[in-house]
Design a protein around this ligand. Structure first.
Ligand code: HEC
Length: 121
């Protein structure tokens, strides 16, 4: 391996780390791990197993499908000081939150009722 190639790899790794730190790397998140994390960190207790929210709206909002943009999402989880307790990076590492976001992003939208004949009679 030439020295310049090593340097290139190191630069790429560094760039990846920066992207993760700035929160733009959620595309790399793992939805399967995210599903497990969603349960492990207790998000489901208030938001439902699929982020569908709670019938008691004061308990947890709808998170999916169509989660908030990543920046808003992560900022909220880190800094909320109202009905939801904040999750610091110590408690919930960024990689795990990235995976949770990937999971929520992977939840499909329900069918448009217009495409279901029975509901259109
Ligand atoms: C103790 C209950 C509880 C737990 C546990 C909880 N949440 Fe929440 N969450 C809430 C409530 C209540 C709100 C609405 C709060 C508000 O508007 O101030 C909320 C709001 C949010 C929002 C903002 C949604 C929006 O549209 O404004 C996000 C994102 C979120 N939660 C993500 C998470 C994630 C991720 C976890 C797990 C790491 C989690 N929550 C765990 C109760 C909870």
């Amino acid at each position: 391996m030439t020295r310049s190639f090593v340097r290139f790899v190191l630069a790429a790794v560094a760039a990846g780390t920066v992207a993760l730190a700035s929160g733009s790397a959620f595309a790399a998140g793992d939805a399967v791990k995210g599903k497990a994390n969603f349960q492990k960190y207790g998000c489901w207790q208030c938001h439902g197993y699929e982020g569908q929210g709670s019938a008691v709206t004061s308990l947890g909002k709808v998170l999916a499908p169509d989660p908030l943009p990543w920046d808003t999402f992560s900022a909220f989880v880190r800094t909320t000081n109202r009905a939801m307790p904040p999750f610091s990076e110590k408690v919930l590492p960024n990689e795990d939150l990235v995976d949770i976001y990937a999971y929520l992003s992977s939840i499909p939208k329900g069918k448009d009722y217009k495409s279901i004949p029975l509901l259109n009679q």
